[in-house]
Design a protein around this ligand. Structure first.
Ligand code: 5IU
Length: 473
């Protein structure tokens, strides 16, 4: 009954017009729907919002935020959001040339699931443009809700891009009700129905809207995690996605290498407990070098105990890791208590601290299986204020805020594609292009080369070029 009332009201206020109209696609149509007028009819807007809300609940559409397609659906999306108490964003037709230059207005998080609202769908092109803009920013789109489906192939075009269209009305519903209620005559009905029959499919002249690769720079913008933001900014500024694993026993050698290789890396990874001559003064020198060359210090500590213990291991003892490292890593085996313990120890610092979870290992016959990896991703999502990525062998989540860091990397020509203690290697290109990781970790590939600084530059260039290739640049 509500639907019938909506159709009659839309007709009465002039949202449904009969005559000869040229559509956006160039087609000449005997019927035209101008739902922008709705903005002037609050009662009708309210009715549309109630009907939308009912549809969402009937069809169990699950989402975090709503996005209205400008301009026609902005008022509809706003009405719906007031009705269901959800927050809204919208995508501008062009990015502003002044101020914040946002393409998307409103607040969203990477990986938010967004429901698109539109007034009318014809070919689906406007919705596809919106999907592309949202996906570019890491927002997930799986559903779109429209007031009217013109029945000209829109839903089919959109579903091809993995988004389902839910429609409240179809043109044929409108025609049937208008005929039944004597708002149009049989001749008008037949003419319009005939038009519909011959124009069922409007092909969309766009390439498929893929879930796009996002640049490090954009990911720095998107993420709310301060550690991730800082790392993405360094990677983008230094054009480096190389982490050097400085596994040496002499602190002086570590400092020398950090100074020589520092300009080409985004991260220097330490195993502080393998140094023979550890002392806090030299740690300060390492921190100074990290500032001089703008890289982050990652202590590969692999915490794995109960929260209370890791908290002390992280901040106390001989090494006082939390004082000088920018971030650390932890096994997920001990669960959220371990993460929470580290997080609490990190809270005492003003500057950002962070932690990566070990989701996969590079060594042969390790005991991690698929379920463990999936549970690790879930744990990271639950602590995304502190956990900002993974040590892994391939990309694990589309959430652009999480960084994927991969050890076990060497160039092919280094004939050691494994060592005799179970390490397994893949190449920088494989890791970044095929396995879609973000950062490569290289230790002996650099350390054992004749000229570590020169070799590091080669790894840096190869890894960054592979990343640019992934972005199609
Ligand atoms: N590392 C791995 N594999 C892993 C994890 C950490 O190799 O799965 I977790 C560490 C060990 C070493 C460095 O410090 O990364 C790799 O050194 P090489 O590039 O020399 O193999």
């Amino acid at each position: 009954m509500e639907i019938e009332e909506l159709i009659i009201e839309l007709f009465n206020i002039g949202c449904v017009k009969f005559g000869e109209f040229t559509l956006k696609s160039g087609l000449k149509s005997p019927v035209y729907f101008d739902l922008r007028i709705l903005v002037s009819y609050p009662k009708l807007l309210k009715l549309a919002s109630v009907i939308f809300a009912k549809k969402i609940s009937d069809e169990s559409i699950d989402f975090d935020i709503v996005c209205g397609v400008p301009y026609g659906a902005i008022s509809l999306a706003t009405g719906l959001c007031l009705e269901i108490n959800k927050s809204m964003i919208f995508k501008r037709k062009d990015a502003k040339s002044h101020g914040t230059k946002n393409l998307i207005e409103g607040i969203y998080k990477p990986n938010d699931r967004c429901l698109i609202i539109d007034d009318v769908i014809t070919s689906g092109i406007s919705i596809l443009e919106t999907i592309e803009g949202l996906r570019d920013h890491g927002v997930q789109v799986k559903d779109a809700l429209v007031l009217l489906d013109r029945e000209q192939g829109g839903p089919e075009n959109v579903i091809a891009n993995n988004v389902k269209i839910h429609s409240v009305l179809k043109t044929s519903d409108v025609l049937n009700i208008l005929l039944k209620r004597n708002k149009i005559n049989q001749e008008m009905y037949n003419k319009t129905q005939e038009f519909l029959n011959v124009n069922r499919n409007v092909s969309v002249p766009t390439k498929p809207v893929k879930e796009k690769e996002i640049s490090f720079e954009e990911r720095a913008e998107i993420t709310n995690n301060k550690m991730a933001k800082k790392l993405f900014q360094i990677m983008s500024l230094k054009q480096s996605n190389l982490c050097f694993s400085a596994d040496v026993e002499s602190f002086d050698l570590l400092l020398k290498l950090a100074d020589e290789i520092g300009p080409n890396i985004c991260i220097l990874k330490t195993h502080i407990d393998i140094l023979n001559d550890f002392n806090m003064d030299k740690v300060q020198e390492l921190v100074n070098l990290s500032i001089k060359h703008n890289f982050l210090i990652f202590e590969d500590r692999k915490f794995a105990d109960i929260g209370n213990t890791v908290k002390s291991q992280y901040s106390g003892g001989v090494y006082k890791i939390s004082q000088w490292s920018n971030f650390v890593n932890a096994h997920s085996i001990a669960g959220s208590g371990c993460v929470q313990g580290l997080k609490e120890a990190a809270l005492q610092y003003d500057e950002p601290k962070g932690c990566l979870l070990i989701a996969q290992l590079s060594c042969k016959n390790n005991l991690i299986d698929k379920t463990y990896t999936e549970k690790t991703v879930k744990l990271a999502e639950e602590h995304s204020d502190f956990i900002f990525g993974f040590i892994c062998q391939n990309k694990l989540t589309d959430n652009p805020g999480f960084i994927h860091i991969t050890p076990g990397i060497q160039f092919n020509e280094n004939n050691g594609m494994s060592d005799n203690l179970g390490q397994q290697y893949t190449t920088p290109e494989m890791a970044i292009l095929q396995n879609k990781c973000d950062v490569i970790v290289v230790g002996r590939g650099i350390l054992k080369s004749e000229n570590p600084a020169e070799t590091a530059l080669k790894y840096k260039n190869t890894a960054y070029e592979a990343y640019l290739k992934r972005l199609n640049l």
